[in-house]
Design a protein around this ligand. Sequence first.
Ligand code: ATR
Length: 269
Amino acid sequence: MKKFLVIGNPIEHSLSPKLQNYWIKKNNLQAIYGKLEANESDLPELCDSLKQRKLDGLNVTIPFKKTIIPFLDILSGNALRTQSVNTISIENGKLIGHNTDIDGFELSIKKLNYDVKNKKVIILGAGGVVPSLIYALKKMNVSKIYLGNRTRKKAENLKLFFENLEIIDWGDLPTFDIIINATSLGLKEDDKFGIDFAQKGNNKLFYDVIYEPFKTEFSENGAKNGNNLANGLNMFFYQAQKAFKIWHNIEPEINDEVIKFIKMKDETK
Ligand code: ATR
């Protein structure tokens, strides 16, 4: 029986076990996928468990996407470029760090049928997922990326990795076509941005990386002006699909059945 885990902190909200176990069952694999609320001090032992084949793969989420890197042997190109790892596999005794968030985000945008080429983008937040968003957006040829974060220093650190990023003050909103919430604001019901998102014009895209809850203050603000809305659910599906492929060499299906299953509130998370 192969064993997989998603590690993070907090981890309670993660739907990865529900989705990965669904696909494991659909594909008749002998495997199980669980979740673990970890601390940074647990990372060496977890990586050791992989080397000893007590574990066969990991997903890594907030806040370990970067801090896990020193414990790995090899990074994929995407993980190296973003210094962000969300999937770990083991091959020939070596721990390999992958980044499937980039593909996940890019595929989720393609699915929207919203042409991002030459568009101006504001990203709010500078946490673990943001380098992947920047990298994917650049690949999709957006014309401009503004980055605003409550702690400005963290936004400025990202500028060291990505040229042409323009750092804006938290709360400033230059004219934009696309705005992405990559903060954790919205995870809790009473979270408030304290930012007025009202801008003239429509056909803007409000993309909330959060997918649970499905409706947030951010998405409701976007909806008010008749803009396009997206949340992180498709990104979640696609990054998970790529991780499954890495571990099992099978591309699992994303269809109405699995989407309905994941959206259903139930006990089998
Ligand atoms: P990490 O920063 O550890 O990688 P993350 O969940 O990936 O964790 O990122 C959280 C993001 O949400 C950060 O950009 C954070 O801003 P700070 O860098 O200033 O902490 C942002 N965030 C969290 N709570 C916030 C709040 N109340 N107001 C504004 N931004 C907030």
